[in-house]
Design a protein around this ligand. Structure first.
Ligand code: G6P
Length: 608
C-alpha cells in the first residue's frame, strides 16, 4: 500500500503535496518523494524514512518552486526502501514522472521487453516500467498514451503522471487501487484518499476502475479507457477530518480487521498459479524441501501464535516434526540446530529484537532460515536466507489483526507445498486445500458482517475481571490469540488454556458467571472439548462457544454459540479468530480504552 497525491493550481505545489502526503502516511511511510514542474523541467526530490525527512530536505517544499506536481509516500513491495526505489519515477529523458499505488503483476515481462528496446532501469520497482512504457507509446497525446498502457499493464494501479510537454496538466488513472479527485477553489488535486484533500476542498470525485482524470488549474476532465470523455458527479464530503484518515472507521484496529479479506487474498493469490502453489521467493528445490529433518518456528506475540497453529498443520499434513519457540526463550536455550533444519522466523515488523537475535543464532548454527515478514527490507527480511512476504500493508493499531491473518495464510501455503513435495498428500487433496484457501477471504468478510451480534454480546462483559479461552489442538492456538487480543486492548485479565489441562488447577478460578470462550473447530476433538465445557458450566462458568456451522450438538452444552463457515480443519484459525477479534475490540471500546494505542505497549519491540 502506498499513497499518491497531485496538485495543479494557483499556489505553490510542493507544500500542498507534502501536506497531502502527511495525511496518507498511514498508507506507507518508508520513503517519500515529490516531482514538481519548475517552469522548465520536472524536478524530483526523494528521501528514505518518514515524510518529515523529505519535508526537512525541501524546507517544507520551499526549495521546489512550481505550481503543478505529484507526490508519493511508499510502503515497499518491489525493492527495499531506498532513494532509487522511492517514487516518483522518470522516463529516461526526465520528461515524464509517475507515482503509483498498487502492484503491476506483469512488470517483469514488461521490463524485459523494454530492456530489449534499450530502456535502462534505475530501480527494482514495478512502477518504473510504467514510466518507460509511457515514454515508449508517447506521441504527443497523454490521454491516448495512458489508454495504450492500460491495455498492456496487468494488476492494480492508481497513477499520478505529469508530462513536461503539458505543463499545465496533471493526469491520473486507476484500476483496483483507490483514487479521488478534489475540486478546489484555487486548484485541483488527486489523492489516494479523501483526507489528503480535505484542507483544500470538500468537493470530491471518486474515480472508478479504468477511468482517467485530467486536471488543469480550473477544470477537470474525465475519460474512459477508449479515451472518450465521460461525465461524473462530484460528492460533498461531510466527514470529520480526523475520522477520514481511518476511512470512516472509528479506529485503525477496526479498519484493519475489515482489511483482512484483502490481506488474505493478496498473500494467497500471487502464490497460486494454475492450481499449483508457487512460492518463488522460497528458492528451495524439491530435494531441499524433502531433506528438511525438522522445522523450528520462532516468533513473539501474535506471530508466535500463528506458529503454534502452523505446528499442527506442518506435523499433521506434511509429517515434519516442528518445534515452536518464543524468540526470547529460543536464543537462550542453546537449541540443537544443523543444516537439515529449517528455522522460520515470523515477524510483522521484521525488527523485533528477540526474533532478530534468534535468526542470527540459527544462522550461526548453520540452519537454513526463512523469514515470514510484512515489512519489505526490514532487518529480518534482509538477514534471513530467504524471505516470504505477507502482503498486509502497514498496520497502525498496536494489536495486530490483518498481519496475523496474513501470516497464517503464508504458513498454510508453505505447509501444503511441503506436504505435496514430500508426497504426503495427493494432487486431489492439494486441489481441495486450494479451493478452501481461496474461499477464506469471502468467509472472513461474512464473519465481519456479524459484528452487531458480537458487539451486543461484548457489552455484557465490559466489567468482567477474568476471562478464559480454552480449546484443544489448533483450537488451543486460536485461544491463545483470542486471549492476548482481549487482555492487550481491554486490560481484562485473561488466560488461554488447553481445555484438557483445566482440571489440573485452573478450574479452581471459575466462579459463578465467569466467561469462558471455548473454541471448538476440530471435529475429532468435539466430544472431548464438550466434556470440558460441561465441567466448566457445572462450576458456574458462562460458556461462549465458537464452532463450525453444523455442530448443533454444542447448543446443548454451551450458553451462547457463534458459528464459523465450513472450511478444512487446518484453516479454521483464520475464521474462528474473527469473532474473537471483534469481541475484544468491542469490549475495549465499551470500556473506553485507547484501542489503537494500549497502555505500556509498542507496535515494534526493538529491545530485548
Ligand atoms: C508486539 C506487538 C504484537 C506482535 C509482536 C511481535 O508485541 O504488539 O502485535 O505480535 O510484537 O511483533 P512482530 O513485528 O515481530 O510480528
Amino acid at each position: 500500500m502506498c499513497g499518491i497525491v497531485g496538485y495543479i493550481g494557483e499556489s505553490q505545489a510542493a507544500p500542498i503535496l507534502l501536506d497531502g502526503l502527511s495525511k496518507l502516511e498511514y498508507r506507507g511511510y518508508d520513503s517519500a518523494g515529490i516531482a514538481v514542474y519548475d517552469g522548465e523541467n520536472i524536478r524530483v526530490q526523494k528521501a528514505v524514512g518518514r515524510l518529515k525527512v523529505l519535508s526537512e530536505l525541501t524546507h517544507d517544499g520551499a526549495t521546489m518552486p512550481g505550481i503543478s506536481g505529484i507526490g508519493h509516500t511508499r510502503w515497499a513491495t518491489h525493492g527495499a526502501p531506498s532513494n532509487d526505489n522511492a517514487h516518483p519515477h522518470y522516463n529516461q529523458t526526465e520528461t515524464i514522472a509517475v507515482v503509483h499505488n498498487g502492484i503491476i503483476e506483469n512488470y517483469l515481462k514488461l521490463r524485459k521487453r523494454l530492456e530489449q528496446k534499450e530502456y535502462q532501469f534505475l530501480s527494482e520497482t514495478d512502477t518504473e516500467v510504467v514510466a518507460h512504457l509511457l515514454d515508449y507509446y508517447y506521441k504527443g497525446d497523454p490521454v491516448e498514451t495512458i489508454t495504450k498502457i492500460m491495455h498492456r499493464v496487468e494488476g492494480s494501479y492508481a497513477l499520478g503522471i505529469i508530462f513536461k510537454d503539458h505543463p499545465g496538466k496533471v493526469y491520473a488513472v486507476r484500476k483496483d487501487s483507490p483514487l479521488i479527485v478534489g475540486h478546489g477553489k484555487d486548484g485541483n488535486l488527486i489523492a489516494s484518499d479523501v483526507p489528503a484533500v480535505l484542507k483544500y476542498t470538500r468537493e470530491v470525485y471518486f474515480i472508478q476502475n479504468e477511468e482517467i482524470a485530467v486536471l488543469t488549474k480550473e477544470n477537470i476532465g474525465f475519460y474512459n479507457v477508449d479515451g472518450e470523455e465521460i461525465q461524473k458527479e462530484s460528492t460533498t464530503i461531510d466527514w470529520d477530518i480526523n475520522a477520514a484518515e481511518k476511512g470512516g472507521y472509528e479506529h485503525f484496529m477496526l479498519k484493519e480487521m475489515y482489511e483482512q479479506p484483502r490481506t488474505v487474498r493478496d498473500t494467497l493469490n500471487p502464490r497460486i498459479k494454475d492450481n499449483k502453489i508457487v512460492i518463488e521467493e522460497l528458492g528451495m528445490s524439491d530435494e531441499e524441501i524433502q531433506a528438511i529433518r525438522k522445522i523450528h518456528i520462532v516468533a513473539c506475540g501474535s506471530a508466535y501464535h500463528t506458529g503454534v497453529t502452523a505446528k499442527y498443520i506442518f506435523e499433521g499434513m506434511a509429517r515434519i516434526p516442528v518445534e515452536v519457540d518464543l524468540a526470547s526463550e529460543f536464543r537462550y536455550r542453546n537449541p540443537i540446530l544443523g543444516e537439515e533444519e529449517l528455522v522460520i522466523i515470523i515477524s510483522q515488523s521484521g525488527e523485533t529484537a528477540d526474533s532478530l537475535a534468534a535468526l542470527r543464532e540459527a544462522k550461526a548454527k548453520g540452519a537454513k532460515t526463512l523469514g515470514i515478514v510484512n515489512v519489505v527490507g526490514s532487518s529480518i527480511a534482509r538477514e534471513a536466507d530467504k524471505v516470504m512476504y505477507t502482503w498486509a500493508g502497514p498496520e497502525i493499531a498496536v494489536a495486530t489483526t490483518k498481519a496475523y491473518s496474513a501470516q497464517l495464510v503464508a504458513e498454510y501455503l508453505l505447509a501444503v507445498k511441503f506436504a505435496q513435495v514430500r508426497g504426503k498428500i495427493t494432487e486431489e487433496e492439494v486441489g481441495g486445500f486450494l479451493k478452501d484457501l481461496q474461499k477464506l477471504p469471502e468467509q472472513i468478510e461474512m464473519l465481519l458482517g456479524n459484528q452487531e451480534k458480537i458487539q451486543h454480546f461484548a457489552n455484557r462483559y465490559i466489567a468482567a475481571k477474568d476471562v478464559f479461552f480454552v480449546g484443544r489442538g489448533i483450537d488451543y492456538a486460536i485461544s491463545m490469540e483470542g486471549s492476548l487480543k482481549l487482555k492487550e486492548i481491554s486490560y481484562i485479565h485473561s488466560e488461554a488454556y488447553a481445555a484438557g489441562e483445566l482440571k489440573h488447577g485452573t478450574i479452581s478460578l471459575i466462579e459463578e458467571g465467569t466467561l469462558v470462550a471455548a473454541v471448538v473447530t476440530q471435529e475429532e476433538l468435539y466430544k472431548k472439548t464438550i466434556s470440558n465445557i460441561v465441567e466448566l458450566r457445572s462450576r458456574g462458568a458462562f460458556v461462549l462457544a465458537v464452532t463450525n456451522a453444523g455442530n448443533q450438538e454444542i447448543e446443548k452444552a454451551a450458553d451462547y454459540v457463534l458459528y464459523i463457515p465450513q472450511t478444512n480443519k487446518y484453516f479454521t484459525n483464520s475464521l474462528a479468530i474473527i469473532p474473537l477479534q471483534l469481541f475484544s475490540y468491542y469490549v475495549s471500546v465499551g470500556k473506553g480504552c485507547d484501542v489503537d494505542k494500549p497502555r505500556n505497549l509498542a507496535k515494534s519491540v526493538t529491545v530485548e
